[in-house]
Design a protein around this ligand. Structure first.
Ligand SMILES: Nc1ncnc2c1ncn2[C@@H]1O[C@H](COP(=O)(O)OP(=O)(O)OP(=O)(O)O)[C@@H](O)[C@H]1O
Ligand SMILES: [Mg+2]
Length: 326
């Protein structure tokens, strides 16, 4: 990737709330590195408290880093904050829309706040309502919008200024599957228009769906980086899933799988065993034979790639840090 194609550069970013030497405070960013290429969607994936919002706020010039070289669209976020602001859009975790106003009015207001001029603001609001399929909301106040509609309006508002780079901080947290799918569709259409997107998420599926590259963040640093496929491959390639007819035989069957006992996951409800494999065909034939010899009946045996959930667990280690979003 040539330097000209790099739109976001983060080198060794550090931030501790309450100041560098704040006593007892763990750093929110602890030497974080990140590079984002123009016209791509970059996913920042991490659990609660990983440092995602801190990173986005620093990139959007809302928060000063303690240290690091951080550039957005060719400008330093500290020394050239104004130049950065002219080139970015931000969709925060908690967005600011006027509840009493309708979608069109909100967008026109945002346009005026960004010095677009009345006519330009009106035209831009119209374009964005069209693009995010919000024209039929009419005069309905935002307070009556569904979650998905509201997030689409948030997205439209963050695009008023036609930003070169757009930051989306957990754009679909709290949405139902339908709202989520609507927002995904909108994000995909953005990239077609040339916008570079940095998106944070706790949803592995979301990063897998939208992001060209993914940085997995934990405790303020990147612990893995790559395409979804590369991350999956790094975790040890394929897995074998075995569904038994009789849950009572899960223990006996798990001992027959070609993996260390600790590497086998057991899902008793689904009568499912899952284990990493190195040689696909040898594992498949070996497991079929071993089960038959032990008289254990399988309902299904399948080889598959690991899910991003498994990748994430593998990278961050076992623990209770991955919480359900509120
Ligand atoms: N304003 C603040 N003052 C003090 N500490 C903060 C502040 N904001 C965040 N932190 C701390 O910094 C760390 C990183 O928080 P951050 O909000 O960046 O995480 P996150 O990845 O966005 O989490 P979430 O998924 O919950 O939004 C956490 O330990 C958090 O408690
Ligand atoms: Mg956050």
């Amino acid at each position: 990737m040539s330097v000209a194609d790099t739109v976001i550069t983060v080198e060794q970013a550090r931030k501790t709330y309450g100041g560098k030497g704040a006593r007892g405070a763990a750093p929110a960013l602890d030497g974080l590195d990140l590079t984002v290429a123009r016209g791509t969607v970059h996913g920042v994936l991490g659990p609660n408290g990983a440092g995602k919002t801190t990173l986005v706020r620093i990139l959007a010039t809302l928060l000063r880093p303690d240290a690091g070289r951080i550039e957005v669209a060719g400008h330093d976020v500290v020394r050239e904050a104004y130049a950065v602001r002219l080139r970015i859009g931000l969709l925060g975790q908690h967005a600011a829309l006027d509840e009493e106003l309708g979608g069109r009015q909100n967008l026109e207001l945002f346009g005026r706040l960004h010095h677009l001029g009345a006519r330009r603001a009106r035209a831009r609001a119209g374009e964005l309502l069209e693009r995010f399929d919000l024209t039929r909301t009419g005069r309905k106040a935002v307070s009556q919008y569904s979650g998905g509609m509201r997030r689409r309006l948030d997205l439209a508002a963050s695009l008023i200024t036609e930003p070169e780079v757009l930051f989306l901080d957990e754009p679909t947290t709290g949405l139902d599957p339908r709202g989520r799918a609507e927002v995904w569709q909108s994000v995909r259409s953005l990239v077609g228009g040339g916008t570079t997107v940095l998106l944070t998420t706790q949803y592995l599926e979301e990063a897998d769906q939208l992001a060209d590259r993914i940085s997995v963040v934990d405790a303020g640093r990147v612990i893995a980086d790559g395409t979804a496929d590369e991350l999956k491959a790094a975790v040890g390639g394929d897995r074998i899933d075995v569904v038994l007819r009789d849950a009572g035989q899960l223990g006996a069957a798990s001992a027959l799988l070609p993996a260390a006992p600790g590497a086998v996951t057991v899902d008793a409800d689904r009568r499912l065993l899952s284990a990493p494999v190195t040689d696909r065909m040898a594992a498949l034939t070996g497991v079929v034979r071993a089960l038959a010899e032990a008289g254990i009946e399988a309902e299904d045996i399948a080889l598959r790639r690991p899910t991003l959930d498994e990748v994430f667990l593998h990278l961050t280690g076992p623990g209770d840090r991955v919480e359900e979003p509120a």
